[in-house]
Design a protein around this ligand. Structure first.
Ligand code: ADP
Ligand code: MG
Length: 259
């Protein structure tokens, strides 16, 4: 794979700074549930942050606020120096800078693999059809499913579908990629083919936020581990530090259950 650069496009945001995604004092409620509590999180350009924590701790909600699939009640989120707008064209543009890959692939079932990877380019980026197709084929090759381009998602394995979903997100030229448990719905033998694509992206300098229970991936790919519990960031540390010497009881308890 080649060509993914985390610094290639700063748009009109001025010169590239170190911080690509910044959450400052972010709070979010679902009714009475305070699902994100005073979240401060800064993700540097090219950094890979793995978010772990018990089910229900707010990891998915955190991801979804970063591309504004969820609104926040207070605080500020900036992407490449620009606050996330509430709506309109500016939001669509900023959202295109944030690629998202979900547990449940979310491919369009009635479109071919190739069409899935072309669609956002045509509709949001207004790319010429020929260019969109060339880019889509290149990306499908890079994630190892180039020969599946004319099939429909249901004809592919789960691992192949998830790699298509990654290609589709990359086709938009995102500045940051969010992965929310991208391998949790996969049969065990397909997990590695998806993690390898993610490892490669990380090596190429893509800025990534990855919610995962794959601790091997966290150890080898993450620059930083963020541990969440009950809507708060409880600990942040390098993978080595976190796994060998978790500081909080919550983290110790969590690790004792999964390792
Ligand atoms: P995680 O991804 O860490 O498992 P989530 O962010 O999905 O956690 O959920 C955090 C909490 O918020 C859970 O208690 C969940 O039930 C609740 N929640 C998530 N989405 C909604 C929603 N749309 N409406 C109400 N409650 C929600
Ligand atoms: Mg979740």
């Amino acid at each position: 794979m080649s060509g993914v650069s985390a610094t290639k496009d700063t748009g009109d945001a001025g010169p590239a700074t170190g911080d690509l995604v910044v959450l400052s004092n972010v709070n979010k409620h679902f009714g009475a549930l305070h699902v994100l509590q005073d979240i401060d999180l800064t993700i540097a350009r090219g950094e890979v942050v793995v978010v772990i924590g018990p089910s229900g701790s707010g990891k998915s909600t955190l991801c979804r606020t970063i591309n504004r699939l969820e609104t926040i009640d207070s605080g500020v989120i900036t992407i490449d120096g620009k606050p996330l707008p509430d709506e309109g064209r500016e939001l669509a543009r900023l959202r295109a800078d944030v690629g998202m890959v979900f547990q449940s692939f979310n491919l369009f079932a009635h479109k071919t693999v190739l069409e899935n990877v072309m669609l956002g380019q045509l509709k949001v980026r207004k790319t010429e059809k020929k260019d969109a197709e060339d880019k889509a084929r290149g990306l499908l090759d890079r994630v190892g499913v180039g020969s599946q381009a004319d099939k429909y998602p249901a004809q592919l394995s789960g691992g192949q579908q998830q790699r298509v979903a990654i290609a589709r997100a990359l086709a938009m030229g995102p500045k940051v990629m969010l992965f929310d448990e991208p391998t949790s719905a996969l049969d065990p033998e397909m997990i590695n083919e998806v993690l390898e694509v993610m490892q490669q992206l990380a090596r190429e300098g893509m800025t990534m936020v990855v919610v995962t229970h794959e601790m091997g991936f966290a150890r080898s790919a993450a620059n930083r581990v963020v541990f969440m519990a009950d809507g708060r960031i409880v600990e942040e540390a390098s993978p080595d530090e976190f796994f060998s010497n978790p500081r909080s009881d919550r983290a110790k308890d969590f690790l004792s259950k999964i390792l």
